[in-house]
Write a protein that binds this ligand. Structure first.
Ligand code: AMP
Length: 240
């Protein structure tokens, strides 16, 4: 059974956590376009150089470049049985490019969570800059307030986790992504042959519960065999 997925979710929706789980349990590569671009920029490749100004300013990299990048990546042999796209498509033009290239998608999964909950999650996050250890004032508090458990050093809040930045990031997400969500929702509703399933998962609550909801939704859509994922035995794990 192939598993070609698009995962969409705002910052703070637990997208990376769920992507890691899906990628491991279905043996499919996790393709995060933001990570690919950052790696290309670090290596100084022509793609990296072309993308750099857009990524650094927080704008979108031109569709043509992104479509070429993703098409090349999806042609790799590790995508034969499926893939998990994260961060792409970001525009309707990109979504249409996938469709017109004949790249089939089994399901588009939206991790849905309201803004209040996102602000609560992200604004409580604290980091220990030297080690990268992260805490949350409510969900994962340090042993002593504002102090790293290992070194006792002071914890800080990332600049982009400040409430004003969170609001800005969320606004950008809603503006960019809503049309893509609508595009897939409408296509799924059309019940056309080849239309991907559209799956909306409530992303509020504990991680494990969200994973269970996701799995049930994929099973209900007929994408996962009853019980365990059929693909686990067949393909094993492909690390990211
Ligand atoms: P992310 O890590 O997904 O937040 O992506 C980081 C940055 O990479 C974005 O702010 C964009 O500049 C760029 N980027 C990633 N994916 C895309 C895409 N599908 N279309 C355009 N730009 C993208």
């Amino acid at each position: 059974m192939t598993m070609r997925l698009i995962l969409i979710g705002p910052p703070g929706s637990g997208k990376s956590t769920q992507a890691t789980g899906l990628s491991a349990s279905h043996g499919i590569p996790w393709i995060a376009t933001g990570d690919m671009l950052r790696a290309a920029i670090r290596r100084g490749t022509p793609l990296g150089e072309a993308a750099r100004p857009f990524v650094e300013s927080g704008g979108l990299v031109p569709d043509e470049l992104m479509v070429r990048l993703v098409k090349e990546r999806l042609a790799h042999p590790d995508c034969r049985h499926g893939f998990l796209l994260d961060g792409f498509p970001r525009t309707v033009v990109q979504a249409e490019a996938l469709r017109s290239a004949g790249i089939a998608i089994d399901a588009v999964i939206e991790l849905a969570i309201d803004d209040m909950e996102i602000v609560r999650r992200l604004s409580g996050r604290r980091v220990h800059p030297a080690s990268g250890r992260t805490y949350h004032v409510v969900f994962h508090p340090p042993q002593h307030a504002d102090r790293d458990d290992v070194t006792g050093e002071r914890l800080v809040q990332r600049d982009d986790d400040a409430p004003a930045s969170i609001t800005r990031r969320l606004r950008a997400y809603r503006e960019q992504t809503q049309p893509v969500i609508e595009y897939y929702r409408r296509w799924a509703d059309s019940r056309e042959a080849g239309a991907p399933h559209y799956i909306r998962v409530n992303a509020a609550g504990p991680e494990a519960e969200i994973r269970t909801r996701l799995h049930s939704a994929l099973r209900a859509a007929g994408l996962v065999a009853n019980g365990r994922s059929a693909s686990i035995e067949q393909r094993g794990h492909t690390p990211r």
